[in-house]
Ligand binder design. Structure first.
Ligand SMILES: Cc1cc2nc3c(=O)[nH]c(=O)nc-3n(C[C@H](O)[C@H](O)[C@H](O)COP(=O)(O)O)c2cc1C
Length: 199
């Protein structure tokens, strides 16, 4: 089957893309507004974009033509935390994607244990295995949807002690959760190791 992209509506293209780019890691992003209200929401259009300095980026769409709370807070304060989602965090992470009204403190509402960050104002999720304290570097807009790709520099990595071996993250121990299309998630499944000398 061939699908020419010029014949696709935006929602058809979204459906295809979210099924094609799988599995996606989930950045559970905590922010704070200038009024001091905490917000947390998941974003799976997420990757790293630089290792020198370490930088990550995620895509934040518009809702009814306006910035979502996450993007609005980051643009206001310049700061955010990326909390990595493991299997036990599925339920609270999924519930945090609900569009709560302005002015609600979502960390409080969802009863999520949180910890103050070391360098920035947004709190981090206490039970997240890895949290990245980030300072916004830039936003980039691609295409016509108005969605913003927000890039942040990681200033501090918080990594649960049992996950780090010789400077590397033990993925099996991490048990990361991945997003497939819609409300469908995946776990790591079988891990395949190939001897590097063969490539
Ligand atoms: C697993 C998951 C991944 C998501 N990924 C994205 C994403 O990459 N970009 C986006 O704009 N919204 C994404 N969403 C939807 C937002 O989480 C949702 O719009 C949320 O209400 C935004 O919250 P906020 O207004 O508090 O920022 C995702 C939702 C889920 C459940």
């Amino acid at each position: 089957m061939k699908i020419h992209s010029e014949n696709l509506t935006r929602s058809e293209a979204y459906k295809l893309l979210t099924g094609v780019v799988v599995p996606r890691p989930i950045a559970w992003i905590s922010t704070i507004s200038n009024q001091g209200r905490s917000n947390v929401a998941p974003f799976s259009c997420f990757t790293f974009v630089s290792d020198d300095p370490p930088m990550i980026g995620f895509n934040c769409g518009l809702r009814d033509g306006r910035r979502k709370h996450t993007a609005a807070n980051i643009l206001e304060t310049g700061e955010f935390v990326v909390n990595i989602v493991d299997e036990p965090l599925l339920d609270p992470m999924h519930r945090s994607a609900i569009d709560y009204p302005d002015g609600i403190d979502e960390i409080e509402l969802l009863d999520l244990p949180s910890v103050g960050s070391d360098l920035i104002a947004p709190r981090r999720i206490a039970s997240s295995p890895i949290s990245l304290e980030c300072v916004m570097d830039r936003t980039v807009i691609f295409g016509r949807s108005g969605a913003e790709f927000i890039v942040g520099e990681i200033k501090l990595f918080h990594v649960r002690d049992d996950l780090l071996r010789n400077g590397k993250i033990d993925s099996e121990q991490l048990r990361p959760l991945a997003r497939l299309a819609g409300s469908v998630y995946g776990t790591l499944g079988d891990i395949i190791r190939i001897d590097r000398s063969e490539v």
